[in-house]
Write a protein that binds this ligand. Structure first.
Ligand SMILES: Nc1nc2c(ncn2[C@@H]2O[C@H](COP(=O)(O)O)[C@@H](O)[C@H]2O)c(=O)[nH]1
Length: 226
């Protein structure tokens, strides 16, 4: 299996870097579900910016691996919005450019967070039998990489099925002090070490119904804490 944190192709690893001091946008400048009005600090990455960046990532992936058959492995639950939008952009390019990526899509669920903390208990739910990946080019699509523990666990799991090649696309990567040096092949945004929600990223299953990526408030953390 090819390792996944090498920058062999010209489009890999470049990301939009959001600096540590970035305060985000006032919530008043955007629309969002009013049931969250006391639960958020700010809009960190507006939905439209996520879309535009995802469109470009689709083009980069197409340029690098277009014309190869791939199996897309969507990491649930947080990765479902990013994966759906990324694949939509790849499909548009497959119709409108002279390259295309024939693809199959599969899903796997990993769970390790409680409240805003990573726990030792990493659960792989579904995806026990990934023989569909054997001998294939695999694109893993994840929403966020923090310590890298989740992705390293998944890569070890996937490796057992002997894929031909594995690439990882993550919408967000955190500059976390606890970061384990893992870097995905395709990254949308590099962000500071703060807990973000929205665009399918949750806090104890809340906030998946929010389009923007936002920073949760202390009040929100208390309200939905388990
Ligand atoms: N809603 C959020 N989920 C997050 C955030 N940071 C991490 N995570 C979850 O953890 C894994 C990746 O973490 P890692 O430490 O193992 O790399 C990811 O799949 C998310 O489920 C966050 O800021 N918000």
């Amino acid at each position: 299996m090819e390792t996944c944190n090498k920058s062999e192709e010209k489009h890999e690893s470049a990301a939009i870097v959001i600096n540590d001091g970035w305060p985000g946008y006032s919530l008043d400048l955007f629309t969002y579900p009013q049931h969250y009005c006391d639960d958020l600090e700010c809009v960190y990455i507006p939905h439209g910016v996520i879309q535009d960046r995802t469109e470009r990532l689709a083009r980069n992936i197409m340029d690098d691996i277009g014309d190869h058959h791939i199996v897309v492995l969507c990491v649930l639950k947080g990765g479902y919005k990013f994966c759906a939008d990324l694949l939509d952009y790849i499909k548009v390019l497959s119709c409108t450019s002279n390259r295309s990526i024939p693809m199959r899509v599969d899903f796997i669920r990993l769970k390790s967070y409680r409240n805003d903390q990573s726990t030792e208990a990493m659960q792989i739910i579904g995806g026990e039998d990934l023989t569909i990946l054997t001998g294939k080019n695999v694109l893993i699509v994840e929403a966020i990489v923090n310590t890298g523990k989740t992705m390293k666990t998944l890569l070890n799991h996937v490796e057992q099925f002997k894929p031909k090649m594995v690439k990882v696309a993550s919408l967000l990567v955190k500059r976390a002090p606890s970061g384990g040096g893992y870097s995905p092949n395709y990254v949308g945004f590099e962000i500071p070490d703060c807990f973000v929600v929205g665009y399918a990223l949750d806090y104890n299953e809340y906030f998946r119904d929010l389009n923007h990526i936002c920073v949760i408030s202390e009040k929100g953390k208390l309200k939905y804490r388990i």
